[in-house]
Design a protein around this ligand. Structure first.
Ligand code: FAD
Length: 435
């Protein structure tokens, strides 16, 4: 296939792989990037919110060139029971700034564009090429990759594993364990097409303004999971995901949950009359800090979802992927510029730089939340949403009952459902895990 030797091989052309390949190519390194999909983005699924700050660090002029959908001016959080939602909306005209903070995107289009910038920077990008194995020398150091192409062994000083959450290459090579069912969620997503004016009217938007809705509650039927509704220019991305361990335990199906979510009285009017043109499913890393594997070794580093770098609480994944890809690449560039070998010791610079970044600091902050949410999913995703909904109904319904009696009834319903010790315990557990 390719006879020459590269400074670095990047496996995968998602957010992490593109960030790594771009950073190294821009710094004059000889980079080969391999992607199994027909084109970058063809295999990728995301909600999808793009966080501008991280993109800007890679491509400052991206706003003028990239295929962006809507810039976000509003974020809604919904706690749902079967018939209602209790919502918190944050909307600010401040977000109508010249350089908006977040955008919705469509990954198939965005990744293609991102990859064109990687090529422009001088990297060789080969699609429809699956890396099947890591090549090692007699001291077990990674020295390149084998691919599904004929004579497909290629050598490089370092291999960047940016192969996504289900990265079989790294797990088969024994560099990290396969993600366990309680460390990954399975999400399903549909794209609902509607005329632009209809979307703007339904979501109270004008021009390129956008809104996203994050939803949790009885829609996940007591499992650890969330739904999302994101407005694009001419379509709405709508999906829901739950921990794989919970699907295993309950026998629920992702498509069944998605149907249920779409029929919810708060959701159905938003997508009424739409045409569904795309259905996709994908895993999401959810294990947080405690699930992060070994990040580097002799001749290799792992970045993005493959390294479980996803902040499930804030729904941030692509920015952690881009940031880890960029940081890994900067560490590699530094090692190379010192003319030192890509040993585990030298590549530990990547881990050190990542530890100093928001990526690890954020994941560390929430290190106990994934376990808490999973072990108490019935309470957090079923009981409390139902109680909150009833409490709100009680608060807003005017029926001649004195307010003091209403408050007493609400308090009683919480104590009946969880007991005083249960309520106190949940509050303490949540506060401890959040801090
Ligand atoms: C439903 C859903 C909604 C999400 N919403 C958001 C959101 O709104 N905002 C956000 O920031 N994040 C979101 N995420 C998370 C985000 O999508 C990921 O964190 C991000 O895509 C990770 O980037 P990555 O480059 O690590 O992996 P990926 O984007 O998955 O890229 C991995 C690439 O490697 C390729 N590959 C794999 N194995 C091989 C191989 N052996 N050889 C060659 N190529 C290979 C794949 O084809 C793929 O292109 C969402 C995820 C899902 C599933």
């Amino acid at each position: 296939m390719i006879e020459e030797r590269f400074d670095a091989i990047v496996v995968g052309a998602g957010m992490a792989g593109n960030a790594a390949a771009l950073t190294m190519a821009k710094r004059g390194m000889k980079v080969l990037q391999l992607e199994r999909g027909e084109y970058p983005g063809s295999k990728n699924v995301q909600g999808a919110i793009l966080y501008a700050d991280m993109m800007e660090k890679l491509i400052p002029e991206f706003r003028e060139e990239a295929p962006l959908e809507r810039h976000l001016v509003e974020q809604r959080f919904w706690i749902m029971d079967d018939r209602s939602h209790v919502g918190m909306h944050y909307r600010s005209d401040d977000f109508n700034e010249e350089r908006p903070n977040r955008y919705t995107i469509i990954r198939a289009q965005f990744d293609k564009w991102f990859s064109s910038k990687v090529r422009e920077a001088g990297a060789t990008v080969l699609c429809e090429t699956t890396v099947t194995e890591l090549a090692r020398d007699d001291r077990e150091r990674v020295v390149g990759v084998r691919t599904d192409r004929r004579d497909g062994e290629i050598h490089a000083d370092v291999v960047v594993l940016a192969e996504g959450v289900n990265g079989l290459l790294g797990t088969r090579a024994g560099l990290r364990a396969r993600p366990t069912p309680d460390n990954v969620a399975l999400a399903v997503k549909e794209m609902h097409f509607l005329p632009r004016e209809t979307i703007e009217a339904r979501f109270n938007l004008k021009g390129d303004e956008g809104v996203v809705i994050e939803a949790a509650g009885t829609i996940s039927r007591g499992m650890t999971g969330m739904g999302f509704i994101y407005a694009n220019k001419e379509c709405i991305s709508l999906g829901i995901g739950c921990l794989v361990a919970d699907f295993q335990r309950t026998g629920q199906t992702p498509y069944g949950m998605l149907d249920h979510f779409k029929q919810h009285p708060s959701v159905a009017p938003l997508i009424a009359g739409s045409e569904v043109k795309e259905y996709s499913a994908h895993l999401i890393p959810e294990g947080g800090y405690k699930a992060i594997p070994q990040l580097h070794g002799d001749g290799w580093v792992v970045v993005g979802d493959a390294a479980q770098l996803n902040n499930a609480i804030h729904r941030e994944g692509s920015n952690l992927a881009m940031t880890s890809g960029r940081i890994a690449a900067e560490a590699i560039v530094q090692v190379k510029s010192r003319r030192e070998p890509m040993t585990a010791t030298n590549l530990s610079l990547y881990k050190k730089m990542l530890d100093d970044s928001f990526v690890i600091k954020d994941l560390k902050k929430y290190k106990d939340l994934p376990t808490l949410m999973h072990t108490h999913s019935q309470n957090f995703f079923l009981t409390y949403p139902q109680l909150i909904s009833k409490a709100m109904q009680n608060f807003v319904r005017v029926d001649g009952t004195p307010k003091a009696e209403k408050e007493k009834a609400t308090l009683k319903s919480f104590v009946r459902a969880r007991s005083w010790t249960g309520l106190f315990g949940d509050a303490c557990r949540f506060a401890r895990a959040w801090r």
